[in-house]
Design a protein around this ligand. Structure first.
Ligand SMILES: Cc1ncc(COP(=O)(O)O)c(C=O)c1O
Length: 367
């Protein structure tokens, strides 16, 4: 299992979404578990996605080497965002691209990481012995969306997650733009942004062309629930992305991921419909979940603009997480998030029946 050691004395899962390992540990089948520890859209795969993957089994996708320049995929992504295809680099998940952007970051100086935050940035920086400093975000925040980014750390490189994981805060573009004058490199991870109602208005993608020190990283993992495909992309200057292309494996993306990504990003109206459906689900279920959780004793739900939310308690929530797991509901252990710990859990939104199941199990265990 993928563990992250803190102080080498204890080990916690660094990531959610360990359904297979958890099923083995709990003695059940993976499909019996409701996995709210990873934050993926809970809809079945879209029709264009299924059609394209079926086709890929019978054409040459499996047999042939993939296009190492990802020509069609880059064009489709570039067209969707209205940028030059030379400014797009598809990756084997956003995670692969963090590795390369971290190499640039390590050369620029000290990286500033807001905490609690996504642990993979640290992993990527450590690949290149990059220096980093963490900066705590206030652990109490409003429901305002968007809201101003609260930190101005004294570092060379700033890593931003918009919306922030794990808090679900949506940062306003107006508060992020001035940061581009202040830092040698700004890395903005927008992995969850297309899921956030009205979130795209806060994206930094439209200004990448004006700022050579800005890289935006996106992921298709959450939006299309395709964590197994490994599909993300970076938007940055052509010169920077060409450099990364020279550093990486010859075929970092497999043919199925390239075919799926191209199909998903090419059909503009299908993509718009999917995003609308996803954002309506986040609005509806986010409000419902927050209201339901507010009525439970012993826990506090925190506001979120995204498809996940944090709960906290004065008591340790580790036993509650374990008892939920025995009821076959997985919640995200937050002990691996610096600044959070055992008093926090993260819940990924589901469709209504799944959300009812989470609330019912929590109500039962907390009463
Ligand atoms: C904020 C954030 N960015 C990126 C990723 C990783 O995305 P991918 O699956 O494309 O590597 C995650 C995964 O949990 C995440 O939480």
């Amino acid at each position: 299992m993928f563990w992250f050691a803190i102080g080498l004395s204890s080990a916690f899962p660094v990531h959610g979404g360990n359904r297979f390992q958890e099923a083995q540990r709990l003695g059940c089948r993976p499909e019996q578990l409701l996995d709210a520890s990873a934050s993926l859209v809970p809809f079945p795969p879209s029709r264009p996605l299924r059609r394209c993957l079926n086709r890929a089994l019978t054409d040459c996708t499996l047999r042939d080497y993939p296009d190492r320049h990802h020509h069609h995929l880059r064009e489709a992504i570039a067209h969707w965002h209205g940028v030059d295809p030379a400014m797009v680099l598809p990756g084997n998940g956003a995670a692969e691209l963090f590795t390369w952007v971290a190499r640039d970051a390590a050369l620029q100086g000290v990286s500033g990481l807001p905490v609690p935050g996504f642990a993979d940035y640290r992993r990527a920086l450590l690949c290149w012995q990059g220096s980093l400093q963490t900066f705590p975000l206030p652990l109490s925040w409003s429901a305002e969306a968007p809201q101003p980014f609260p930190l101005r750390p004294d570092v060379d490189v700033l890593w931003i997650t918009n919306p922030h994981n794990p808090t679900g805060q949506l940062w306003s573009r107006a508060s992020l733009e001035p940061l581009l004058e202040r830092y040698r490199l700004v890395i903005c991870d927008e992995a969850f942004l297309p899921l956030v109602p009205d979130g795209e208005r806060q994206s930094l993608v439209p200004i990448v062309g004006e700022h050579s020190n800005l890289v935006v990283i996106r992921s298709l993992t959450k939006l299309f629930a395709v964590a197994g495909l490994r599909l993300g992309y970076a938007i940055g200057t052509q010169e920077r992305l060409q450099r990364w292309q020279q550093w990486r494996d010859p075929w970092p993306l497999n043919g199925f991921a390239i075919a799926a990504g191209t199909a998903l990003m090419t059909d503009r109206s299908a993509l718009e419909r999917w995003m609308t459906r996803v954002q309506q689900w986040v609005t509806r279920e986010g409000l419902w979940m927050h209201a339901q959780l507010s009525e439970l004793s012993g826990i506090r739900p925190h506001p979120s603009a995204a498809n996940f939310l944090l709960i906290s308690s004065d008591a340790s929530l580790v036993p509650l997480r374990e008892r939920m797991a025995h009821r076959r509901v997985l919640l995200r252990d937050c002990r691996s998030f610096i600044e959070l710990g055992e008093h926090w859990l993260r819940i990924g939104l589901q469709q209504r029946p799944g959300n009812r199941r989470i609330v019912a199990a929590l109500r039962d265990l907390l009463s």
